[in-house]
Every structure is written in C-alpha cells, then in structure tokens.
Write a protein that binds this ligand. Structure first.
Ligand code: ZN
Length: 181
C-alpha cells in the first residue's frame, strides 16, 4: 500500500518542479508514475492523483480511467478493476484555456480526509502536457474532467481545495460515495 500524504505535510504546499522531458523515460520517473497509479487504484473513491500526494514534488498528475467512465455515466463510480478506460498521465501540465463560465462544484481530496466542500471551477479546461512516453499532447475537457484538471494543477502549485472552498463539511468515510482527486 502506498500512503497518500495528508494536509499538514509541507510537500503539499511546495511549488512542484518540472520534469525535464528527457528524464520521462528513466526508471526513476517511470517508477513514480507506477506508484501514483497504484496509490490511486488503492483508493475506493480516487479519480486522480498528483505526485506531491505521494510525497514527490514533481509536476505530474494521473487521471484514473474511472473518471472517463464517470463522464459517461455521472452516478456510477466503477470499481478500480472494472474500468474500460486507461489511466491518463499528465507531465508538466499547463492549463492553456479556461472557460469564463464557472460553477460551484462539490469537491473532495484524497489528501484532505474527510472534508468536502464546493469550489468555483471553470466548466471547460484545456491542458497541454507530456504523456508517460514523453510525447506532447493537448486535451480539452468539460464537466468532471475539467474540474479534475483544475484540482490537480492546483496541487502542483501547492494549493488545496480547502483554500478556496465554501460550505466545507466533515463527512464520515462510510457516507462518502463521491469521487476525489
Ligand atoms: Zn486532491
């Protein structure tokens, strides 16, 4: 089990460093990506994770294939082994576009157990990043995925959702059926 660092850990407040693109294929970076996927899949409610959440201050986040299932069916979070989509890796992600239209959306975090609140997020977001093979790509999204892009890039800048959330409440683990990143 790979432990996920919690809110008081200073690594969550660091401005994470870029990964030199030439380092992406190295065993060190590939192991970090593998560990992030493992940590994510060990969490029943996880849909995404940023490297600082496993104690690594580098600009990498991974979106679980489950998040793409959720996009297709808003209510059902499939078991980690049951998704038909692949995890998507974002290295040195840069948000290149955010829609002006924003909404207060419910949000939680694997590093802020067990708080839950509403955060003002753009409805659409576009991210440019490198994948785990070092190839550059651009991905646009709306809804949950756009929210994930914003939540995860915040992590890489040392920002937690509770810094900007309203109506924050504490929910017991067994009452939580919502996705977290
Ligand atoms: Zn988070």
């Amino acid at each position: 089990m790979i432990s996920i660092v919690q809110r008081d850990d200073p690594v969550l407040r660091e401005h994470a460093a870029d990964v030199p693109p030439a380092h992406i294929p190295t065993p060190q970076i590939q192991k970090i990506i593998r560990d992030m996927k493992t940590a994510l899949h060990e969490q029943d409610d996880g849909v995404a994770i940023a490297a600082p959440q496993i104690g690594v201050p580098l600009r990498i986040f991974v979106v679980s294939g489950r998040a793409f299932d959720l996009e297709e069916d808003e209510d059902e979070l499939p078991a980690p082994g049951e998704t038909k989509h692949h995890d998507l890796v974002f290295i040195n992600p840069v948000i290149t576009r955010l829609s002006k239209k924003r909404r207060w959306l419910p949000e939680g975090c694997l590093s802020v157990r067990w708080l839950y609140g509403k955060v003002l997020r753009s409805e659409k977001a576009t991210v440019r990043a490198y994948d785990e093979t070092g190839k550059s790509f651009t991905r646009g999204a709306s809804g949950l995925l756009a929210q994930i892009f914003q939540h995860e890039t915040d992590h890489l800048d040392g920002v937690l959702f509770t810094d900007k959330a309203r109506d924050v409440e504490h929910l017991e683990p067994e009452r939580i059926k919502k996705a977290r990143g």
